[in-house]
Design a binder for this molecule. Sequence first.
Ligand code: GAP
Length: 450
Amino acid sequence: MADAVTMDKIVSLCKRRGFVFPSSEIYGGLGSSYDYGHYGVLLKDNIKQRWLSAMVQERDDIVALDSSIILHPEVWKSSGHVGGFSDPLVDCKFCKKRYRADHLEDAQCGQRPSKRPGEAADCDLTDARQFNLMFETRVGAMEETGVPVYLRPETAQGIFINFKNVAGIARRKPPFGIAQVGKSFRNEITPGNFIFRTLEFEQMEMEFFVPPDKADEWYRYWVDERYAWHRKYGIRESHLRIRPHDADELSHYSSGTSDIEYLFPIGWSELEGVANRGNFDLTAHTEASGTKLEWVEQDGSRYTPHVIEPALGVNRSMLAFLVDAYDEEVVAERDRTVLRLHPQLAPVKAAILPLIGKSEDMTGRARKLYEELRQVISVEYDDGGQIGRRYRRQDEIGTPFALTIDEQTLVDDTVTLRERDSLAQERISIARAREHLLDRLAEPWSSPRA
Ligand code: GAP
């Protein structure tokens, strides 16, 4: 069993099996940017679907929204991002590298990587300066006359500025929420921890609007609810913890935040944040826009709802699932690398494998089954090479089930069903394969490892 999974192993598997590639690789790569291959896209999509299902489909107090990435620039002034969304940075005038002033301990000198910035004789560091994390661009054809705008650094503000639109038609009263999944952008200076922190990433954010006197109660509720979601999809208890922020760590908008932390290869780090944002955002946008973002009761009384916000990065969530799932073991004297992903997250649910790739009887039966199953779930057909190698390839991409068509299939219409985690094999009838797989995929799942 692999105890500590290194980031290198995850990066290597992701590239080898086509989950994640370094972005712009043929031009030498672009730091903190990644492209997602076939299995990466499927895994990310499954994470987003499970999140949306938990937020919107399985509840009746949350509705969905998809707001623009580029919003009116005043939004970011009112939200405090123009003035306050910054990191303290220092530049080295000698090697021209830029570092986070508060992370110098973890950084490497541009000239002498064995030393920290400032430690080598030639280092010439500037004083720390605040550097805004928002990417700026322009709307309009002309460079000189175009209006400066920002790529959103969080999806949340698109929700706040739509509060009136949504509350008007959602036929819900507080407590109710608005959920959104979409890209965000931050000009991060990072030490390169794969997809943990990137320049562009997807967020899954939900703003839950509540009466002010119920905010603490709902804050605790959402911390527990979100912790349970990560557990439900397989993250091991020993790798997950809740850490309330100290007062001096709180964001400018927050009166209480808890991080749900995961034990990444870089140590315990934020996976998801759950914040009590109070009435900061709705009040700020009301004051700046002149539009009242408030709730009016039937009796005419009115108040500004408080907001509880669970915010999770899709890519960071994917990294946590990959790290938690990664396992190496020796089976029958052969090494096996396996991704023990929750079956509902696995990019491919079942592999359809004719035992002998050259047997037309077997490939014909296998293709027929594949055609039937692909109508309802993500399946793969593979008839190339040794059966053992085909199993190992599926293990590495986390496919929970394999159906093998062999000699006996031709006699009695049964196939071998092989389980990824236990390696147990059983025979099931082809006629029941679809129903059987759908039942198995609907079952609760937990990691076989502690
Ligand atoms: N609206 C609140 C907000 O954006 P945040 O803690 O800055 O809060 C929420 O971000 C989540 O988004 C984080 O917990 C993390 O999962 C993800 N995230 C933030 N910055 C990221 C980045 N540069 N790359 C990847 N994921 C990021």
